[in-house]
Every structure is written in C-alpha cells, then in structure tokens.
Ligand binder design. Structure first.
Ligand SMILES: [Zn+2]
Length: 393
C-alpha cells in the first residue's frame, strides 16, 4: 500500500503567498497576548511527527498532507483501511466501504482530543479481529492536529493569523487550514466513497465532562435529530457512564449557524452525513482517552451498520426510511397511500396503518409481545420491503 509523506517545503507551496501577506502584518504585536503556553500543552508538532513515523510502518496506513498551515506546516491525515478493493460491486451499496473522518485539535490547548485521536488510530491498527474487520469495512481518515501553527506558537485557540478556525467557515476569505479541510471534505463527497460520519473533536474547561454538541431539529430536521440521538446513544453504549446523553447540550436551538464545520456538512449533505462536535473534559478529571477513542470508532461503526440495515437502500428514491430510536421504530417519508405493517415471524400483525405527513413512531412497548419481529413497508404497486428489528429490545 502506498505510503507517502509530503515534504514540508512542498506542502508549503500549496498555499498562496498572497493570503499570508494579507494578514501577517498584524500578527507580531498581538502574538504575545495570545501565546499562553510555550510547551505545546505536552504534545507538539514534533510529537506528531514522531508518532506518524511509527504509524506509517503499518501496512494498512497511509499518511498524506491535506495542505499547508498558514506558516507552511503540513496538516497530516492518517488513513487506515485494508488493501482490498474498496469499491465493491457498483450496484450493491451495502458492499462498498464506508468512510469516517475525524479531525482534532482545532484549538491547540485541547490536547486531550489529540490523545483521543491517537488512541483511535492505535486501536484501528490493532492485530485483533475487531480492528481487522473495521479496516475491511471502513476507511478512517484521522487528522490529529488540524492547527499545528497554533500548537507551535503556544496559542490556546487561534492559528498563526490569530483566527479561531472553528468559527471561520462562513468567511469571504477562508484561512489556509479551513481551505485544506474543506477541500478534503469536498474531494471525498465527489468520489465513490463519500463520508458517512464526520467528527470534530474538542475539549472544554467549563463543563469538565464528555458530551456531544447536539443540533436541534429546529436547525436541522426531525429525522436528523433522531439520527443524532441514535448515533450518540451508540457511542455511549461503548463507554457506559462515560459520555453524557444527547440532551446535555441542545445546540442550535435558536436556529442554524453557518460558521462551523458541521454547518458545511448540514448545508451540503443534510441527513447523509452524521457530523457532530464531541467535547471532552479539559479539566483535571480528564482521562480515559483510550475508552473514548474506542467508543467513537465503534459508535460510528454501529451507526453506519444501523443505517444500512434501516435505509432500505435498494428501493427507488422515494423509499421510506426506517429508524430505530430509543423511543421506538420511526418510519419517515412513506409515499401517500402506502401502508406500513409490523408482523411477527409467524405473519401475525402487531401494528399497522397509513403514512401521514409527519412520519410514524411505533413505541417499543407496542411491539413487546413478539419474540422476533419483521417490519414490512408496503408501497403502492411495489414489492414489500422488510427490515429485521432487533431482538430483546
Ligand atoms: Zn475547542
């Protein structure tokens, strides 16, 4: 498998000289005020280069620069997957690989998430069967240090131009780091294996706990909010007691905000990409980075598997969508006049009805009687689609 390290000098040429000149004049006088650490919070660019040199020896790793930072440092992306044909049969979406992209350390002081990204990488390179299977089904793209200049300059939140990259996605002129990450997202979306899950890792000094930045239905959609709950619940299940419920932070509750990486994903991909910010603790109680890294990876895997099971992708574009949520089974988007029904394995009807405008929720308690269940969605003039529901709910 190809292993590539782009030399720094080459990476530096990727960024236009004009964009540096535009903003650098203001930097020197103000840097001192923003530079509140000279020791890179314990993990600097050299530390990353040392770890990259270890990881790149693994046969299932590829290391690329996605572009150069404002000061010309390469922004490294670690790609992990096995060497099999990653496309699969073109007419069978369930056979293709899935993509998870994770970027960390937008804010240099949030070193905890660099450790989480590193732990995720280590676990994906494990020799065990679980990691082997993950590599065969997924492509993981992990950017452990998105803001290397800020790390090296000792800034807590800013890049070399004193810009907070997290809230810079809606500007007329984007920072070089944002350009590099956005171009990476767009390249993946234009290719045969688009992103399924995009995670943006942070840690904060206020809440001192682990949680996701939930995007309310008001700013996204009811279906997406349910998908978010599904995803967060899945991650939680791999780190019992470690991560807060989705309701801990109900973000975007006053409406959509356009300046974040997640804004890019919602605007361009809607429900197709699960894009969330995860916040770790940046307080003395921080830790468990291996557990968090593992939970994020396995939660992403479960989410993708669940959507494949539920999406009924082989149907025509108007097909309904079925989601297993904590409250029960939700069915969205049934065409007018179509009918849904839940039967048990012996064909006995447990519930049924017609599709309305708002979708349908079948509470788990309504389905309790059946030992194993098959949900059927019948559309006019079409065959019946079936989804197997989980046991022991
Ligand atoms: Zn942050």
């Amino acid at each position: 498998m190809l292993k590539m390290i782009v030399p720094l000098a080459l990476a530096a040429t990727l960024i236009g000289a004009a964009s540096i000149a535009q903003v650098s004049a203001a930097v020197p006088a103000r840097v001192a005020a923003y530079a509140d650490s000279a020791i890179q919070w314990g993990y600097g660019y050299d530390s990353l280069l040392r770890d990259l040199a270890i990881w790149r020896k693994h046969p299932n790793v590829r290391i690329d620069s996605i572009g150069a930072s404002s000061q010309g440092r390469a922004i490294w992306m670690v790609t992990i997957t096995d060497g099999l044909d990653s496309l699969g049969p073109v007419d069978d979406p369930s056979a293709r690989k899935h993509r998870v992209i994770i970027h960390a350390r937008t804010h240099p002081a949030e070193v905890q998430v660099e450790y989480i990204a590193n732990e995720a990488i280590k676990q994906l390179l494990d020799t065990g069967f679980a990691a082997e299977r993950l590599r065969s089904e997924f492509i993981f793209n992990i950017i452990p240090m998105y803001n290397p200049d800020g790390v090296e300059l000792g800034h807590s939140r800013l890049n070399a131009h004193l810009v907070d990259l997290e809230g810079d996605w809606n500007k007329q002129v984007l920072e070089p780091e944002v350009v590099a990450l956005k171009r990476t997202f767009e390249t993946f979306q234009a290719g045969p294996i688009p992103v399924d899950v995009a995670l943006n890792l942070h840690s904060d000094t206020v809440n001192c706990t682990r949680f996701f930045f939930f995007h309310a239905a008001l700013a996204t959609s009811g279906f997406y909010a349910d998908l978010e709950k599904n995803f967060i619940g899945g991650v939680q299940s791999h780190f019992p007691g470690g991560i807060r419920d989705w309701s801990y932070l109900n973000g975007w509750s006053d409406g959509f905000l356009s300046q974040y990486p997640e804004s890019f994903w919602w605007t361009t991909q809607r429900e197709k990409v699960m894009a969330l910010t995860y916040e770790d603790s940046n307080c003395p109680n921080a830790g468990g980075f291996d557990s968090t890294g593992r939970a994020l990876v396995l939660g992403a895997r479960d989410y993708v598997a669940g959507r494949m099971q539920a999406a009924l992708r082989k149907g025509p574009p108007t097909v309904s969508r079925v989601l297993l949520s904590p409250e029960g089974v939700r069915i969205y988007g049934g065409p007018p006049g179509s009918y849904w029904q839940v039967d048990d394995l012996l064909g006995r009807r447990l519930a049924g009805g017609s599709f309305g405008a708002q979708g349908i929720l079948i509470a788990w308690r309504e389905l309790r009687a059946a030992p194993t269940r098959i949900l059927s969605v019948m559309r006019p003039f079409q065959t019946t689609e079936r989804v197997r529901l989980p046991l022991n709910r």
